[in-house]
Design a protein around this ligand. Structure first.
Ligand code: FES
Length: 184
């Protein structure tokens, strides 16, 4: 499944990679800048075969509210719940973590290497109330997502707005229209 486009620009002396979530942007190395735009947006391959009926069934599973993600109790504290937020046909992976009755959400992508997921599937590593990237060990605060140690120290995870209402977690981020969990 793809939730973005991975762009690599190779120059004479260096290679730069970014994960792209928007329809256009640019990637730069010391000696070149590559500008691009994607007609029709970035499409999630997994959505290609989805029928309207399947989409409807998914929304019904969300309690008829496409922004309802999961019951609060299903969001772990010693790990993360992996979800997919959508706008039109574009999907973006995010991860949720609970602290008491509060839930935080971030894009499932490490600032050090955006193509690396913080949660590769079974849940992100959580140690001492910090998320830990499994690839090179960067540590991120669970409140503001700021990296406190590792190769991307000072950078931050991309925060996604969610809210807890009536014992469930809802997507409130205006960049997306709906959300579904990936781990049942
Ligand atoms: S990819 Fe996450 S710390 Fe390097």
């Amino acid at each position: 499944m793809t939730d973005s486009v991975h762009v690599t620009l190779e120059g004479d002396d260096e290679s730069t990679s970014v994960r792209v979530y928007d329809d256009k942007g640019d990637v730069s190395t010391d000696d070149a800048t590559f500008r691009f735009s994607v007609d029709g947006g970035i499409r999630d391959d997994s959505s290609g075969d989805e029928t309207d009926a399947a989409a409807g069934k998914r929304e019904t599973a969300n309690g008829d509210d496409p922004r309802r993600i999961a019951p609060l109790a299903d969001v772990p504290t010693n790990g993360t719940l992996r979800c997919e937020a959508r706008r039109d046909r574009r999907g973006t992976e995010l991860i949720l973590r609970r602290e008491g009755s509060e839930v935080s959400a971030w894009r499932n992508s490490c600032p050090h290497k955006p193509e690396v997921r913080i949660d590769p599937g079974p849940g992100a590593i959580v140690r001492d109330d910090q998320l830990v990237c499994h690839e090179h060990g960067a540590r991120f605060e669970c409140d503001d997502g700021v990296c406190t140690a590792g190769p991307c120290r000072g950078d931050a995870l991309d925060s996604i707005a969610v809210a807890v209402r009536d014992g469930a977690v809802y997507l409130t981020d205006d960049r997306f229209d709906s959300c579904r969990r990936l781990n049942e």
